[in-house]
Design a binder for this molecule. Sequence first.
Ligand SMILES: Cc1cc2nc3c(=O)[nH]c(=O)nc-3n(C[C@H](O)[C@H](O)[C@H](O)COP(=O)(O)O)c2cc1C
Length: 326
Amino acid sequence: MANTKQLFKRVVPKGLYRSLKIRYRQYSVLLEANLDALRHIKYGAEEDDLFSGAGSMRNVECQLTKDYHRIEKGLALRNPKRPFGEAVKQRITSGLDVPAVASQLPLVAVHAQTALSALADWNDSEEIGAHVSPTVDAPLVWDPILSAESQALLEHFFSSRRSVRAFDSAREVNVEDIRKSVATAISTPSVCNRQAWRVHLFTQSDDVSRVIAHQNGNAGFGDTVPAVAVITVDTRLFAGANERHQRWIDGGLFAMSFAYGLHSRGLAACMLNWSMKNDASERLRASAGIAAYEDIVMLVAIGYTEKSFRIARSPRRPIDTVLEVH
Ligand SMILES: Cc1cc2nc3c(=O)[nH]c(=O)nc-3n(C[C@H](O)[C@H](O)[C@H](O)COP(=O)(O)O)c2cc1C
């Protein structure tokens, strides 16, 4: 029996059907963009000048992190301004006065306090707090000139990561390796060091099937996936109109590092898009036990390959179509 859509398509002239569909698509883009914006307004933090310590603890964390990092950054400059940071100091002080900060954000509170005292040391006596903006000896941290052998190894590492869509479903993943890969990914840069990422990992086959069923790009291999991670970001750690897209950027960068972390430990993975509307995100959040304030960046299928398997060719663009040296 034909469903409503099929019936509609049958009775409405082709041209009209097409133009109605285009209109509907345009309306959907506007609707979903508005729903995204409403989530950002509902959960996001206020901008600097409106900070009052109200809102969720994560909103307070957002402001404190942004501000203590401003001090770290300021003191890491070749010639820091002096004095600087009066508004930052006031916001950190009122943030630290929020009663629950000490118990609920102990690490953030320590980072904020130490940054405040480093700021005072600098402003009062021109001393740079080594704990807040340490001096590092470049060659000790990273020798930019790799040996040819190390460079070749690194190139091989990057180019050998490929999306895997054929898993050895009999082989369970080692959760410790995934944990280490998350630890690797935590070194990813993020806006003002906000680190809004979360990874929801599922390794039990019932859970994996339930979660992956919400995603639309795993046909033909989803049922062989031994583990699935849902990468999310905490929307409460982003503030105002300027940061409306930041969560996707930070979340995407994190996901890439995570994928390399997995690859470095011999785990195969396939990133799985979350190009979905808001109602689908609601359903996945409910099914996977993800909090309402987290936005879903993507899923990642994780497992081991069999000895021999096929990959999609996925040809790359020539470099000159990507790099434009101005
Ligand atoms: C954000 C993102 C979402 C993706 N979603 C899917 C997906 O849903 N299903 C899939 O089979 N591959 C997916 N991929 C994998 C891409 O198709 C793949 O990365 C691309 O073709 C390059 O190939 P490679 O990863 O093997 O280098 C996704 C990749 C990214 C980065």
